[in-house]
Design a protein around this ligand. Structure first.
Ligand SMILES: [Zn+2]
Length: 91
């Protein structure tokens, strides 16, 4: 599989600081919009990710629900951590 998601923007959509739960909206370089849920207890980890159905899936080309992004959750999480995107998004 040659697809490689590249995050260009990550913003906080909602947060519950007490519970340590965050919802982020992210934009990928190819225009795909995703929603990712994170928990920061005990440390930042992704609890779920899905594609917002505004653009067709870049992987399977469907414009309805698919699970493709879940396959890239590890890759996306790594980018978020390496580029310190959460730090910037929760400011
Ligand atoms: Zn798909």
């Amino acid at each position: 599989m040659s697809y490689r998601p590249q995050i260009v923007d990550l913003t906080t959509a909602s947060r519950n600081e007490e519970a340590g739960l965050y919802e982020f909206t992210m934009k990928l370089k190819d225009g795909t919009l995703c929603r990712a849920f994170y928990s920061n207890k005990p440390e930042w980890h992704m609890t779920s990710i899905s594609r917002l159905q505004k653009t067709p899936c870049p992987i399977c080309r469907k414009d309805f629900i698919c699970k493709c992004m879940e396959k890239f959750a590890g890759d996306i999480h790594e980018q978020i951590m390496n580029d310190q995107l959460i730090e910037q998004a929760v400011k």
